[in-house]
Design a protein around this ligand. Structure first.
Ligand code: ADP
Ligand code: ADP
Ligand code: ZN
Ligand code: ZN
Length: 760
């Protein structure tokens, strides 16, 4: 069978002497129409081959094929650093970048199931409401006029925002940007309008009204250079204008989290969350409105549609069922069509994107996946595998970067990168079949051959961290005592409620818990490990001392920066409507510095040379400067020693970001850490290193709680909390609590079964 496909798709993708990032003249022949898995420790160069070379060149060649007129309006991709990249087909990258969108983009809109349901209702709904635009909450004709199709309204919770028992000086306005000392606080506390030491609850009626809603006059505010006149605006008015009017979607994550503490978001009183106007909601099929259907979990919706007795609607229903079954088939049957896409996890988003492509009949494409097993319980990995194989069998080439043993197992072809990370990697250490990989003397080969057993003993808890009556999302009013002073892993199938319990409810009940997540670092484009770890200042001081120049000369943010690119090393060109285009600055050749700065050396290295060092190498270079070396060593401890000091943080993957955040908290003691899938992006060898790190944190007196699917982590934990038994409405309960050893004997737990299977 592969012979036919091979003939049609033409043999191999050929890569010759690729040198992108750390690649050392990598040459490869990747069979087309086959499933190839790329393995190797993190930082070894997998992404540099797959994304940095193959996907980029495919996109570039595709753009070149357009007429100049269109081409000039497309993002320009720089030719990757490789002598040969040939025989490509159009590449589609399916990654874990958040699906994004806003509250108007839902599982139903993203999977194109909503349009099918709209056709169903416009033709068969009784009473008829009209054409389908009438059933779209994104269309003025269909949307509920009260909430404009959002399904909910947000209202300020005054009791949460204002602490009546406290005075302004004691922080009565409970919002970070109104905290004592801020400009907005001065507006009220130092205006002379109110007694700043009087509890707000004791204000006269008139004063309270002025504080909350006052307007139309100016107040004095003391500033650094004298007194300013400012237009007065009451707390509620100001807060509403700044944070609520524009919609929560327009806020950054930190603002949104803060705002969520002081607002109550409720279903829209008019449409009751249905998002549509009265006409659309009145139109029903077998008693269900279109909004009723969107509220059902996909698996239930399949049941309802299969039971519909409207013969004339059969063809439309069949189309909807086909799409819904693809969603269910990949283990997302617990989602509802009205679920907003920004609330999906990276793994859920990636699987939904895949489902969309499965429905298309295009062939001869190259699909590229970045660790598609993320977020998936081992019980469900086979479903992912079936999906990948289905894409291949439609005549596509499938390239997958993956660490999960069960996914590697189904590869037609394996490319193992290594041997190490960064400069110690960048080579192909094995290429061939899975059987061959298992015999290979590489880190991946070794890990494919042997599975570690349970650890011999488990730590005793020093106390308990209670989470009581958790009922958010699907949680069924559960209470869990998390043991302190040990490593706990929370397990359960995707959608069972792990993140809801551990990343949402636990930090609400224990605000001092530190959630180390994979979200963006929210920093400027100039941020790099050196700035994040705060080692730039001492390094600049060393250069200044060695050269006799001002330290500013060694700052790319200051006088030392290349004037052309303003110290960015790259030039960004904004194109209306399109992604901005980034090219290396020709003046400084990407070094970020002006020539005067590069004329000076510290022990034979320029400041640009230092920024190009991996943090491991830099730790050695600065071994005598304890403060610098100490901070750099933290990155090694979290397995990021291969990052260069100057690598833009925007190029880091979610897992790398999470480990970088962890690095800066490593010296804490007595802290509760919460980590959602910290093994993301980690090779089985890297996982060992991560476990060593978590052990050291626990031994230093901390409590570590992780959400994980990786059985190596489960086996290594002191305590397991297993949620389930299934996902969504059928989950949200505690299935098991105890040691991994006891888990093996637990009944009704999918995790227990997978753990047992792994161990025999
Ligand atoms: P993997 O996918 O195996 O984890 P990568 O291909 O992402 O490895 O990284 C290989 C090496 O290239 C690492 O040392 C990494 O720090 C470096 N690297 C990756 N992306 C960039 C970039 N945009 N700029 C500079 N260095 C990079
Ligand atoms: P897990 O972490 O085990 O994969 P989650 O806690 O993410 O599970 O999800 C548990 C349930 O809560 C699922 O049914 C999921 O669809 C639902 N859910 C999660 N986040 C949200 C949200 N922001 N809005 C609505 N439902 C959500
Ligand atoms: Zn409404
Ligand atoms: Zn420049």
């Amino acid at each position: 069978m592969s012979g036919r496909r091979d003939a049609r798709s033409g043999g191999h993708i050929v890569v010759g002497n690729a040198r992108e990032n750390n690649l050392k003249n990598v040459s490869l022949r990747i069979p087309k129409g086959k499933l190839t898995v790329f393995t190797g420790v993190s930082g070894s160069g997998k992404s540099s081959v797959v994304f940095g070379t193959i996907a980029v060149e495919s996109q570039r060649q595709l753009n070149e094929s357009f007429p100049t007129f269109i081409r000039n309006r497309l993002p320009r991709y720089e030719r990757p650093d490789a002598e040969v990249v040939e025989n490509l087909s159009t590449a589609i990258v399916v990654d874990q970048k958040p699906v994004g969108g806003n509250s108007r983009s839902t599982v139903g809109t993203m999977t194109d199931i909503n349009p099918v349901l709209r056709v169903l209702f416009s033709r068969h709904g009784k009473p008829t409401a009209g054409p389908s635009t009438k059933f779209s909450f994104n269309d003025p004709q269909g949307m509920c006029p009260e909430c404009e199709g959002l399904g909910r309204t947000t209202a300020l919770d005054l009791d949460a925002l204002i602490d009546d028992a406290a005075s302004l000086n004691e922080g009565a306005i409970r919002f970070p940007t109104f905290a004592k000392g801020t400009f907005q606080w001065q507006l009220y506390a130092e205006s002379g309008l109110f007694d700043p030491d009087k509890p707000v609850g004791k204000f006269s009626k008139a004063d309270r009204e002025k504080l909350l809603h006052g307007s139309g006059f100016k107040v004095d505010r003391a500033g650094r250079n004298g007194v300013y006149k400012n237009e007065y605006e009451g707390v509620v008015t100001r807060f509403t204008r700044r944070y609520l009017k524009k919609g929560l979607d327009s806020l950054n994550e930190r603002e949104r989290e803060a705002v969520e503490q002081v607002v109550t978001a409720g279903p829209c009183p008019v449409c009751r969350g249905g998002r549509l106007n009265r006409d659309a909601l009145r139109s029903k099929i077998s008693g269900h409105s279109i909004a009723d259907l969107a509220r059902l979990e996909v698996d239930e919706l399949i049941g309802v549609l299969e039971g519909l007795d409207v013969p004339a609607a059969k063809p439309i229903v069949r189309a909807a069922l086909a799409a819904l079954k693809r969603v269910s088939g990949i283990g997302l049957g617990y989602l509802t069509l009205d679920r907003e896409t920004p609330t999906l996890s990276g793994g859920e988003g990636q699987r939904l994107k895949t489902v969309r492509h499965l429905g298309s009949s295009l062939t001869d494409l190259t699909f590229i996946f970045d660790e598609p097993s993320v977020g998936l319980h081992p019980r469900d990995v086979h479903r992912l595998n079936e999906l990948l194989l289905a894409l291949r069998d439609k005549g596509n080439t499938v390239l997958v970067v993956e660490h999960d043993r069960d996914v590697v197992e189904i590869a037609d072809h394996v490319v193992d990168m290594g041997p190490g990370a960064g400069t110690a990697g960048g080579e192909v250490v094995f290429e061939g079949t899975v059987a061959g990989l298992k015999r290979a003397a590489t880190a991946t080969g070794r890990r494919m051959r042997s599975v570690p057993g349970l650890k011999p003993g488990f730590r005793e808890a020093t106390g308990a961290l209670p989470v009581a009556k958790a009922d958010l999302h699907n949680l069924k009013n559960i209470s869990v005592d998390f043991p302190t002073g040990v490593l706990t892993t929370v397990t359960g199938v995707a959608g069972s409620g792990k993140s809801t319990l551990v990343s949402k409810v636990l930090p609400r009940q224990h605000p001092d818990a530190v959630v180390v997540d994979q979200s963006a670092l929210g920093l400027s484009p100039r941020s790099a490990p050196a700035t994040y770890l705060e080692v730039m200042d001492p390094i600049r001081a060393l250069f200044a001392a060695a050269s006799g120049e001002d330290a500013g000369l060694f700052s790319f943010n200051s006088t030392g920066g290349c004037p052309q690119c303003k110290g960015r090393g790259v030039i960004q060109t904004d194109l209306a409507y399109l992604d901005p285009v980034t090219t290396t600055c020709e003046t400084c050749e990407g070094s970020r510095y002006r020539p005067e700065a590069l004329a000076h050396e510290l022990r034979g290295k320029t400041i640009a040379d230092v920024l190009a060092m991996t943090t491991d190498d830099a730790a050695e270079f600065f071994a005598d400067e304890a403060a610098v070396a100490g901070k750099l060593a933290l990155l090694s401890e979290v397995g990021l020693g291969y990052l260069t000091l100057g690598q833009p943080l925007s190029t880091l993957s979610g897992g790398e970001r999470q480990r970088l955040k962890l690095a800066t908290r490593l010296r804490d003691t007595g802290t509760v850490y919460v980590l959602d899938e910290p093994t993301t992006g980690l090779h089985m060898d890297d996982v060992d290193r991560l476990l060593g790190l978590l052990d050291r944190m626990v031994d230093a007196g901390n409590t570590v709680i992780v959400i994980e699917h990786d059985m190596d982590v489960v086996r290594h934990s002191d305590w397991i909390v297993d949620l389930g038994p299934e996902a969504g409405r059928h989950g949200g309960e505690v299935v098991f609590e105890g040691t991994p050893e006891d888990l093996l004997r637990a009944k009704g737990s999918h995790t227990a079964r997978c753990l047992a299977e792994d161990l025999d």
